[in-house]
Write a protein that binds this ligand. Structure first.
Ligand code: TXA
Ligand code: MG
Length: 319
């Protein structure tokens, strides 16, 4: 069983020995290992049961390290790097030969991120190699936003979980890259698209696509609870159910009066999207743990972090 602790040096020790360790970031917990050791990277894929064609993000302490593992930072991405790194932004950049191909699933591009979580920053500064780290959940399931979430699902497969408390952002990083002269957002995440556009001008935001399921974060069924989930517009009445006792609701601001409140969770009573993002995955997990036959999830307004949250909800519903 995994030990849950706050000992950065223990995590450093294990990582230096090629072990896989769960680590906190401000977005979600990561399942991390030395990106330079292919055997370690393979362990990450295996623990997560993730297909080898779905590449991993590397995590580095600062911009200097980011430059070391990439060959070019396109001019239009540079202002984004300066504005949002460290933070919940991942850039897809041409990769240096130093990074093993297994990390990027053979792609000449590597996804790089500088996390801002204090414990993770402290740890990264003690290492002289980048960390490959996907979210620390079994492939396809909801991402973990606490050490306990990691322990519940992967605790028997790893030896240490570094406990950095609940994640402050709660949804994964925004992934941005270039296609020709265009900035493309491959995954909506912790940095809202509007904030990206304020800095870098108009971008192309891609959404889930079945035609290209291998593109970043675009697997159709993802972030999914085991209980079937459907999305509804905020405030919509839920009519298709047999017994209210078996129906759960993930509400944005208000309960649905027709169902027991014990089966419901409110993302943010004040309508604060940051708070909603922070609660999202934990509340999905809580509802998934109840003996429910169906979960309904209210969509948020389609702006700011609401877009990243709605993207997760739609994918959880398989829509
Ligand atoms: O917030 C986050 O980004 C978290 C924390 C732990 O850093 N990580 C995370 O990793 O969400 P993961 O593996 O669950 O999602 C990364 C996404 C995947 O959908 C993957 O396909 C895409 O990034 N990706 C990674 N490297 C890529 C590459 N070289 N080319 C295209 N897509 C890439
Ligand atoms: Mg993931």
């Amino acid at each position: 069983m995994a030990i849950i602790g706050k000992d950065v040096n223990e995590a450093v020790f294990l990582l230096r020995h090629g072990e896989v360790v769960a680590l906190p970031t401000e977005t979600v917990y990561g399942l991390a290992g030395n990106a330079m050791i292919p055997e370690t990277v393979i362990k990450i894929f295996e623990i997560k049961q993730r297909p080898f064609f779905d590449p991993l993000i590397i995590h580095v302490p600062d911009k200097e390290a980011l430059k070391k593992y990439t060959t070019e930072i396109p001019v239009r991405l540079q202002p984004l790097m300066h504005a949002f790194m460290p933070g919940p932004l991942t850039l897809l950049l041409p990769k240096s030969e130093k990074i093993p191909d297994i990390v990027t699933s053979g792609s000449p591009f590597v996804a790089v991120r500088i996390p801002s979580h204090p414990l993770m920053m402290e740890l990264l500064h003690k290492l002289d190699f980048p960390l490959a780290a996907p979210s620390a959940n079994p492939f396809g399931y909801i991402s973990p936003t606490s050490a306990e979430h990691v322990d519940l699902q992967l605790g028997n497969k790893i030896s240490y979980i570094l406990d950095g408390g609940p994640c402050q952002i709660g949804v994964e990083s925004t992934i941005a890259g270039m296609e020709g002269d265009d900035i493309v957002i491959y995954r909506k995440g912790g940095i809202p698209v509007e904030d990206i556009e304020r800095i870098a001008g108009k971008v192309i935001a891609k959404s889930a696509s079945t035609s290209n399921p291998q593109a970043p974060g675009m697997m159709e069924s993802h972030y999914a609870p085991r209980t079937p989930l459907s999305v509804i517009a905020a405030g919509d009445q839920i009519t298709e159910h047999t017994n209210p006792v078996h129906v759960g609701v993930l509400c944005f601001q208000n309960y649905h009066a027709e169902f027991p409140t014990t089966n419901q969770r409110i993302l943010s009573t004040s309508g604060n999207m940051g708070e909603a993002a922070k609660n999202l995955f934990a509340m999905m997990r809580e509802l998934d743990a109840l003996p429910l036959q169906h979960i309904y999830a209210e969509l948020l307004p389609e702006y700011g972090l609401g877009r990243a949250i709605n993207d997760r909800l739609r994918r959880a519903s398989g829509q």
